[in-house]
Design a binder for this molecule. Sequence first.
Ligand SMILES: CC(C)(COP(=O)(O)OP(=O)(O)OC[C@H]1O[C@@H](n2cnc3c(N)ncnc32)[C@H](O)[C@@H]1OP(=O)(O)O)[C@@H](O)C(=O)NCCC(=O)NCCS
Length: 161
Amino acid sequence: MLNSDVRVRPVESSDREAWLRLRAKLWPDRSPEDLARESDSFLRGGDLWRFGALSIPFLVLVAERSGDELVGFLEASVRPFADKCRTAPVGYLEGWYVVPEWRRRGIGSTLVRAAEAWVRSRGCREIASDARVENSLSERCHRALGYEEVERLIHFRRELG
Ligand SMILES: CC(C)(COP(=O)(O)OP(=O)(O)OC[C@H]1O[C@@H](n2cnc3c(N)ncnc32)[C@H](O)[C@@H]1OP(=O)(O)O)[C@@H](O)C(=O)NCCC(=O)NCCS
């Protein structure tokens, strides 16, 4: 059950530093500059995420503990399509993180359910997500919240000189 000291709400400009710290925990391989550039672009752009010329609906929720400390966040989007989904557009869980000391208290589920409600309100009938193959914690949590595995992929890239 969610602890009543914790509130889930949309991110605000004043959360920038705390949100960035949590993003760096979830994505330690990404450069702090990139993470900051994305966050700033979102905070400037309202509920849109901009990738060059493309803008997609985006939601950032934070879980705030009384005393203003952020203990988790979730980023979700509405993508034009997603692998193995039957409808389009579809909701997508882009990032999901709760600090270790606050896990297993329902914060992650509350974040996901709130994102699902937002996605539904935008007319979507499905929501998708992904996890690294080795992230068995994420896999267990997705399954616990009703997400079914649909595919495992290998991603490739090649430099075009
Ligand atoms: C995924 C994550 C956000 C879940 O946050 P959380 O606040 O612990 O989630 P909840 O407390 O709502 O747990 C929801 C359910 O997931 C399952 N679950 C959560 N942690 C689990 C664990 N360590 N082992 C087994 N099942 C677990 C349980 O079924 C749980 O429900 P229950 O506690 O009633 O049994 C959190 O574990 C996390 O930040 N992980 C590291 C980052 C990550 O991998 N994110 C996903 C990237 S794809």
